[in-house]
Design a protein around this ligand. Structure first.
Ligand code: C2E
Ligand code: CA
Ligand code: CA
Ligand code: CA
Length: 288
């Protein structure tokens, strides 16, 4: 059974009803969907998208190690639309390719300015959708974003989901290898929710595994989640990867993650995603 099935099985028996991890978009009414699609086509040109930044924290030292870049969309017709609503539509329509390039370039430019104006050396982690992964000129797009921002490649990390494991192994190895050759870091996002085979994982040149927040949420409530986290930590550390837990909301969860050997965490407990202006004060306050 894959990890996601174990979690679903457990969540179902907890709540007495089925839990859906991937089918959010099927519940969106057709007209709302079409409105989102129509509005999304103009969102970039109308400057309606804003990257926000959520800190990742080293569990041992309490220091901020970097920031995940999370897109926010405010549209005059729809109001604030959460990424879980519009990202799947952007992926289905292909709009994620120009939007993803824009996020990458904007976040790199921002990190370059933080470095020059505030002397801040931090790492930003940008989500890369599978559609972008297949973009022919992806490596050039990444290289240009870094060069134009005057940003060191080590200051950039890309988060990819396990769904890349559904692709041909030679393609995955070539693209991930190319990204690593640029000096950019890689993490596997939402680990445990997809269909990746563990044998496949060791062939990925990946520095970090991010444990999905579904497992973190249930930590302390049931023994299964702790067992799953413990095995992901053992697996990742065996492959020389760092383990990042996402969606950490309570001190109790953090204490368990620390005890289970997790390296970094991210979540509302430390900070919610924030606008760019809030980042330098946060870093300067938290020390070098
Ligand atoms: P993700 O990559 O798994 O991002 C983590 C999500 O967890 C974010 O949701 C973040 O705001 C939320 N989160 C962080 N800490 C906590 C916590 O303590 N509790 C809870 N309940 N949630 C927490 P968000 O910002 O709504 O983004 C949702 C998803 O949309 C992301 O999931 C990612 O898959 C996608 N996304 C967002 N921005 C981008 C982007 O620029 N490009 C791509 N391709 N996808 C994006
Ligand atoms: Ca992510
Ligand atoms: Ca995630
Ligand atoms: Ca997620």
């Amino acid at each position: 059974m894959r990890l996601a099935d174990i979690a679903k099985h457990r969540a179902r028996s907890d709540a007495g009803e089925p839990v859906h991890f991937h089918s959010e978009s099927t519940h969106i009414q057709l007209d709302e969907r079409l409105t989102i699609e129509e509005q999304l086509r103009h969102a970039l040109a109308r400057d309606e998208l804003t990257p926000h930044y959520q800190p990742k924290v080293d569990i041992a030292t309490g220091k901020v190690t970097g920031f995940e870049v999370l897109l926010r969309w405010h549209n005059p017709v729809l109001g604030a639309v959460p990424p879980d609503r519009f990202i799947p539509i952007a992926e289905q329509t292909g709009l994620i390719v120009p939007i993803g390039t824009w996020v990458l370039r904007t976040a790199c430019a921002q990190a370059g300015r933080w470095a020059r104006e505030h002397g801040i050396a931090t790492r930003i982690a940008v989500n890369l959708s599978i559609r972008q992964f297949y973009q022919k000129d992806l490596l050039q797009v990444i290289a240009a974003a870094l060069a134009d921002a005057d940003l060191a490649p080590q200051a950039l990390e890309l988060e990819i989901t396990e769904s890349i494991a559904m692709s041909r192994v030679d393609v995955v190895e070539r693209v991930l290898g190319g990204i690593r050759d640029l000096g950019v870091e890689l993490s596997i996002d939402d680990f445990g929710t997809g269909y990746s085979s563990l044998a496949y994982l060791k062939r990925f040149p990946v520095q970090r595994l991010k444990i999905d927040r579904a497992f973190v949420r249930d930590l302390g409530r049931d023994a299964d989640s702790a067992a799953i986290v413990a095995s992901v930590v053992a697996l990742g550390h065996g492959l020389q990867m760092r383990i990042v837990a996402e969606g950490v909301e309570t001190e109790a969860q953090l204490a368990l993650l620390r005890a289970l050997g997790c390296d970094e965490y991210q979540g509302y407990l430390f900070a919610r995603p924030m606008g760019a202006a809030a980042v330098p004060p946060l870093l300067l306050a938290s020390g070098p």
